[in-house]
Design a protein around this ligand. Structure first.
Ligand SMILES: [Zn+2]
Ligand SMILES: [Zn+2]
Length: 760
């Protein structure tokens, strides 16, 4: 007989995504016997059958895997022929310190949504899940991924659930969080500090009435608490702004379905794919101009032309929208500004009972806190701005030995990164390390990643900034060697690592702030670099930043700095909005600070140039959220308009002529959109010219774009187009954020390369 036995090892994201039942099904389909087993390293399969059937099995394994599975490697080896009576799923087995990947959380699937309509123990049940969907990373305490190592361990399966869990042909076979009304977690509604109801029908009724009446509610979700309210109610959203404490940041909106969403936002095919993907991120979309119809409250998105929108991803979202009359709710992180999203019930009750109308909490603990992820489609690809739920903890696969390297990240928008083998595990979005709560979350998550991924720290990497909490944490971590990495070099290395580039490239790193090797604040860096080292070729001209970080919060300070530089005191006679909006005394104080060089660090951050112009145009004098100035300018951009301002470049790039021309345009009452677009075009041209001249001298053709400024769609798309037309190979971020949330990956890559070259 033409029989044989083979052993197949599958690595990648293959646990917790319905992989073993899938293997079982295809083994049955092709009449093969043997077994499948989860180990902490991989999924191991042994099968016996005809050569033809084994080949068909392998083809199906490659082509028909469950949607959330990401197979990295499939190895097949012939083994001594072995006969089995059936195909079985064996107990999970811990074989070493190696690990398999942990699945991110997966939005509730179509089949499970059908279950909540059917009579039975899952009718209207808010925790329905199966092997294809449900919580994963947020509930996991340790590997391998088994119920006993998740926060589902405190819920004892009822006989029915147990039966499904143990029936190989069932959709819930080995679905670790399997649950039903009888045995699983449940929600309860708390109003005015009193537990009102845990009957789901009553609870959803109460919740929807509360939202309809303009109430603000807390809903506990997968990775933390959300605050929700009607997205059409101006007064409620004003109240919500007060509650979140002087935070002007745009709120995310959840729409009931894609059709309703399309009435309010422009959606192309790639954007629709992201919105509907099992990761269910917040997608930044252009707001539709509507006339004469009820519109979303203006105070949701701070008057910008972008909306952050998402679709339901938990059963409770679907249950809620069935009752609600509104098609959209604000769904924002349950926290006060600068604090991490709340995960603890008692803390939520303590902090939010008095300031919200109801809390809807459940009794399944959250181990790994995650926010909603944020993406934007640019140049036809999904770009991740905030990487958390649905994306974490999937690793970046590198071509480097990352083993044992811990990279601590930056200060704002922090994520850290842990290396294992050739993989880089970037943490979920941690936030701004400026509150005690966020720092605690940071430290706890670091410990959790080390445990979960069995990291044996051997080498540490931090930013060069001596005052970053992350730098201090790295230095205090242990006695291990610490490598301090320049901020913008790390940005470029991060993007290179995603694309597995390990050579000399032209790096363009544009952001707001980063500590430079000359002690100044960098952020418009043109560098020639590889993963080991960098050489700064040129940058924008430095300008005093009166008050240091205060100037980031108050863009008018940087505008005054520019005006004083270009016009001396005579700028005080100009007829521009800034002078009408800011008191003369304050402006005099800035002039004195500059004259006497008091707390005026020098900056060349590209973000500050945008800030200065945003202030000159009267768009933002005091920012109410990060990067408000640049975002408002981008919001104004015209399409099909290619005019530029003059600028000047020799050793450094000077925008003196640009700002002078902008002031002139303002005096001539040129419209703001024209000025904003011309500014963008000028910066794009300056990038293009500089990169061309570097290519001429150095013969390099690969350009890597990184830094938060490249979240600007207009800037990224036009720069990329122009460079490609001149036959450059252009690289930008797909897998990790271009902002400081991606920097830890770069720190890790640089540390790895220096270790390889024995420079540490
Ligand atoms: Zn499901
Ligand atoms: Zn049950």
């Amino acid at each position: 007989m033409n029989e044989k036995s083979v052993t197949i090892l599958v690595t990648g994201l293959v646990q917790g995504v319905g992989f073993r039942p899938f293997v079982f099904r295809i083994a049955s389909r092709f009449g093969l016997s043997g077994w499948v087993q989860n180990t902490n390293e991989n999924v191991k399969i042994r099968i016996t059958g005809s050569i033809q059937n084994i080949n068909s099995f392998i083809t199906s394994l490659r082509e028909d895997a469950p949607p959330a599975a990401i197979m990295e490697n499939i190895s097949v080896t012939d083994t001594e022929i072995e006969s089995f009576t059936e195909f079985r799923i064996l107990e999970s087995h811990d074989v070493s310190d190696e690990i398999t990947e942990i699945s991110p959380d997966i939005a509730v699937c179509h089949d499970c949504l059908l279950d909540i309509d059917k009579p039975g123990t899952r009718m209207d049940y808010a925790f329905v899940n199966c092997t294809n969907c449900g919580p994963r990373f947020t509930i996991i305490e340790d590997l391998p991924y088994d119920r006993a190592k998740t926060t589902m361990k405190s819920f004892k399966m009822c006989p029915e659930c147990r039966n499904e869990y143990e029936t190989i042909t069932d959709r819930r076979f080995h679905a670790q969080p399997v649950a039903c009304k009888v045995c699983g977690p449940h929600y309860e509604l708390i109003a005015e500090g009193i537990k009102e109801s845990n009957d789901i029908t009553t609870l959803i009724d109460r919740l929807s009435q509360c939202i309809a009446k303009g109430g603000i509610v807390i809903i506990k979700g997968l990775g933390g608490m959300h605050i929700a309210c009607d997205a059409f109610n101006v007064a409620t959203i004003d109240k919500l702004r007060d509650l979140k404490k002087r935070d002007g940041k745009p709120f995310a909106i959840m729409f009931s379905d894609i059709e309703s969403l399309k009435q309010y936002a422009e959606v192309d095919a790639v954007e629709e794919k992201s919105l509907l993907s099992w990761r269910r991120p917040i997608v930044l979309l252009e707001k539709k101009k509507r006339t004469g119809q009820p519109d979303l409250s203006e105070n949701i998105n701070a008057g910008l032309n972008l909306l952050g929108v998402m679709l339901p991803y938990l059963p409770i979202h679907y249950l809620l929208f069935r009752k609600l009359t509104t098609k959209a709710i604000v769904l924002t992180s349950g926290n006060f500004s600068n604090e991490p999203i709340l995960i603890d019930n008692a803390e939520a009750i303590e902090k939010f009972s008095a300031v919200t109308d109801a809390l809807v909490l459940h009794n399944r603990d959250i181990i790994n806190r995650t926010d909603d992820s944020v993406v934007r489609i640019m140049d036809g690809h999904e770009r991740i701005f905030r990487r958390s739920r649905g994306y974490v903890p999937a690793p970046v696969h590198t071509s480097l030995n990352t083993d044992g390297i811990l990279a601590f990240g930056a200060e704002l928008t922090n994520c850290f990164c842990a290396g294992k083998g050739v993989k880089a595990f970037l943490s979920q979005h941690i936030g701004d390390l400026q509150s005690v709560e966020t720092t605690l979350f940071y430290e706890k998550s670091l410990a959790q990643f080390i445990k979960l991924f069995r990291i044996k720290p051997a080498l540490l990497a931090t930013d060069m900034h001596p005052d970053y909490i992350s730098t201090k944490t790295g230095l205090a971590f242990s006695n291990l060697p610490v490598l301090m990495v320049q901020h913008h070099h790390a940005h470029i290395a991060s993007c290179m690592t995603e694309h597995r580039l390990d050579e000399k490239v032209i790096g363009v790193a544009f952001d707001g702030t980063g500590y430079g090797t000359d002690g100044n604040i960098w952020g418009s860096e043109f560098m020639i670099c590889d993963l080991n080292d960098f050489r700064r070729v040129t940058h924008f001209e430095y300008i005093p930043m009166p008050g240091g970080d205060r100037a980031t919060e108050e863009p008018w300070r940087i505008a005054v700095s520019w005006l004083y530089k270009l016009f001396g005191r005579s700028f005080l006679n100009l007829d521009i909005p800034l002078l009408a909006e800011i008191e003369g005394e304050k402006i005099e104080m800035i002039i004195r600070m500059i004259d006497k060089n008091i707390n005026c660090p020098l900056t060349c951050g590209a973000g500050r140039l945008f800030d200065a112009v945003a202030s000159l145009l009267g768009l933002v004098q005091v920012a109410t959220f990060q990067a408000e100035g640049p975002m408002r300018l981008e919001s104004l951009n015209l399409h099909n308009f290619s005019e530029c301002y003059p600028y000047f470049s020799r050793e450094i790039i000077s925008f003196d002529k640009t700002i002078k021309a902008i002031v002139e345009d303002i005096l001539n009452k040129t419209d703001k959109a024209t000025i904003a677009t011309k500014l963008h075009n000028t910066i794009i041209l300056s990038i293009f010219d500089t990169v061309i001249s570097i290519r001429l001298k150095e013969g390099l053709n690969k350009v890597v774009l990184s830094g938060g400024v490249f979240q600007n769609k207009y800037l990224l798309a036009r720069t990329t187009d122009m460079l490609r037309e001149s036959h450059f190979e252009v690289y930008s971020h797909f897998l990790v954020p271009p902002n400081d949330g991606g920097i830890a990956l770069g720190q890790l890559a640089i540390a790895s390369k220096r270790r390889e070259l024995k420079c540490v």
